[in-house]
Design a protein around this ligand. Structure first.
Ligand code: KIV
Length: 288
């Protein structure tokens, strides 16, 4: 089965067809996400916090993203798999950036890459697109610059900052990006961007006017009870509680002897058992 083409997303925008993007980082999750009909799966560098337990996305490496991208690609047939370019995989050197983006497609099997930034990265985006690498942009609250931004704050609230973001979005479109994530910006600004560019805007904390939305899988499923998701996240289930209850029930049943039962065990036939009990069988030397 062929994967959805990145060009389809622009057609969907033109038709007014909204879609959901969701993160996934492993085989089992990616299978479930694709089975649920999600057309675009992001192997986000958010894996740094929800999978690897880091405070931010800064420590995530190319090897981390490659490892998780391969698992997601193995699990899926149809979805566009977008691999996030981690911090310092594209900021220092343009040649290295194009090579790293290429690795995510060649070694990871991703359909496309995502990178953060506006006019500061558009020359790079153009080079990648010209090399055959589909690129998704990311504007607004760009987590790799969280230290520069002074924390997880709403971006684009002043006229100057909003005008810059509009300009960045247009520049990304002109450079050949096929879509752009808008993270944590005022909904009025997201609406203006969405109306002024022909590529889909994918919002997270950017209000309802975007062409698509993206969420982090662990926030959507309510996996953590001690990691307060940002206000823009919505938990559609409380899977953390379900998992904890199931694991507790298992441990209790092992403790009480209720698990395993005959249903989960295997038997030797009577004749073999009788022969064994009659004796005469000796372990070969060296075998416990
Ligand atoms: O890393 C990630 O999951 C992301 C999304 C939040 C857009 O970049």
């Amino acid at each position: 089965m062929a994967r959805i083409s990145v060009h389809k997303l622009r057609e969907w925008k033109a038709e007014g067809r909204r879609f959901a993007m969701l993160t996934a980082y492993d085989y089992a999750t990616a299978r479930l996400v694709e089975q649920a009909g999600i057309p675009v799966i992001l192997v986000g560098d958010s894996l740094g916090s929800v999978i690897l337990g880091y405070e931010s996305t800064i420590p995530v490496t190319m090897d981390d993203v490659l490892y998780h991208t391969r698992a997601v690609v193995r699990a899926t047939e149809k979805a566009i798999v977008v691999a996030d370019m981690p911090f310092m995989s594209y900021q220092a050197n343009a040649d290295e950036a194009v090579r790293n983006a290429g690795r995510l497609l060649q070694e990871g099997g991703a359909t496309a890459v995502k990178l953060e930034g506006g006019t500061n990265v558009t020359a790079l985006v153009r080079r990648m697109v010209d090399s055959g690498i589909p690129v998704m942009g990311h504007l607004g609250l760009t987590p790799q610059s969280v230290n520069q931004l002074g924390g997880h704050r709403v971006q684009g609230r002043t006229p100057a900052a909003a005008a810059k973001l509009l300009n960045d979005a247009r520049a990304l479109e002109e450079a050949g990006a096929f879509a752009v994530v808008l993270e944590t910006i005022p909904e009025q600004l997201a609406r203006m961007v969405t109306e002024r560019i022909s590529i889909p805007t994918i919002g997270i904390g950017a209000g309802p006017s975007c062409d698509a939305q993206v969420q982090v899988f662990h926030d959507l499923l309510g996996i953590f009870d001690d990691r307060r998701p940002f206000r823009h996240a919505k938990a559609y289930a409380n899977v953390g509680t379900i998992i904890r209850d199931a694991v507790r029930a298992y441990a209790n049943e092992v403790g009480s002897g209720a698990f395993p039962t005959a249903e989960h065990a295997f038997e030797m036939d009577d004749a073999s058992l009788a022969e064994l009990e009659a004796g005469g069988y000796h372990q070969p030397a060296g075998v416990l």
